[in-house]
Ligand binder design. Sequence first.
Ligand code: SAM
Ligand code: SF4
Ligand code: SF4
Length: 336
Amino acid sequence: MNDPLVDKRGRRVRDLRISITDRCNFRCVYCMPKTVFGRDYPFLPRNELLSFEEIARLARIFAAQGVQKIRLTGGEPLLRRDIEQLIELLAAIPGIEITLTTNGSLLPQRARSLKAAGLQRVTVSLDALDDAIFARMNDVGFPVARVLEGIAAAEAAGLAPVKINMVVKRGMNDGEIVPMAEHFRGTGQILRFIEYMDVGSSNGWRMEEVVPSAEIVARIGAVHPIDAVVPAYAGEVAERWRYRDGGGEIGVISSVTHAFCGGCTRVRLSTEGKLYTCLFAQHGSDLRQLLRDGRTDDEIAAAVAGIWLARDDRYSEIRGEQTAAQKKIEMSYIGG
Ligand code: SAM
Ligand code: SF4
Ligand code: SF4
């Protein structure tokens, strides 16, 4: 392995997130609102997507430059056909942990084959336990029970510990904070509350709709006392809290109220092979062109190094009304 890449602010590259499809069977109001992602939305044609071989080649180049963890995401990654084949290719890269973020809808039938292919863990997104509230969040009327089945299937397949992501949007599902905490307490599954973010340009984000993590912690702590846990490593994105009575832990991801850009080690590869060094970037660098132009691994590695070394991202530190209104890349395209 070469020396890990380190950017201008001393942040080394560690996590690679790969969006493998821009499509989804949900229409979450905070991510792919139906008004924008309707029937006529121009999703990418198949030949625009990176092939599995192209993704694996880039993953090997990143691994040689310091990446230790790959997360497959999207869109809904389980909609990409034969994803198990991609996981097998990635699992062959030494020293890389492979994880996936999913809405859980297809996990009941896929958890075992994903594990067999070499997937290590999954994060499942679930925003409510109440069916009516969940249906309003995902906007396709998908039942909670089916996602819970997916979580159980993942655990049974050995994709544990399963993490659960809940995006909290005030006035929509904040009443579910305590019920969700109580549901997952004592299960070994780790619930993480995510502040609603101004990703993309289509969710109509407003600051008033963000429920600050401090409020989430206070609401849970008032019912079940919790203590802060010391971070496992510098740059850990989720702040961890542990139930005093031994009921396990929760996490809060304060992307809006407590910027963690100073420790941001993530790089993102979009569905069509553009590289983004920030979730809120307006522009990416086209790696697919380099792959399809027949460049060597060394040439691509040099291009990647140049991009990371020049990185100066700090969106969450400077977020304001003006930045929220900027045209940004959609979450479903760049991956969460
Ligand atoms: N479809 C998969 C899923 O929902 O888990 C993977 C892709 S999704 C874009 C990845 C993560 O981003 C999910 O946990 C989702 O809840 C989160 N997410 C999407 N839009 C968000 C927003 N506006 N603010 C905060 N989190 C968001
Ligand atoms: Fe689909 Fe995930 Fe976005 Fe929801 S958050 S619309 S499940 S990509
Ligand atoms: Fe990293 Fe950009 Fe998020 Fe800051 S805003 S933590 S630089 S992805």
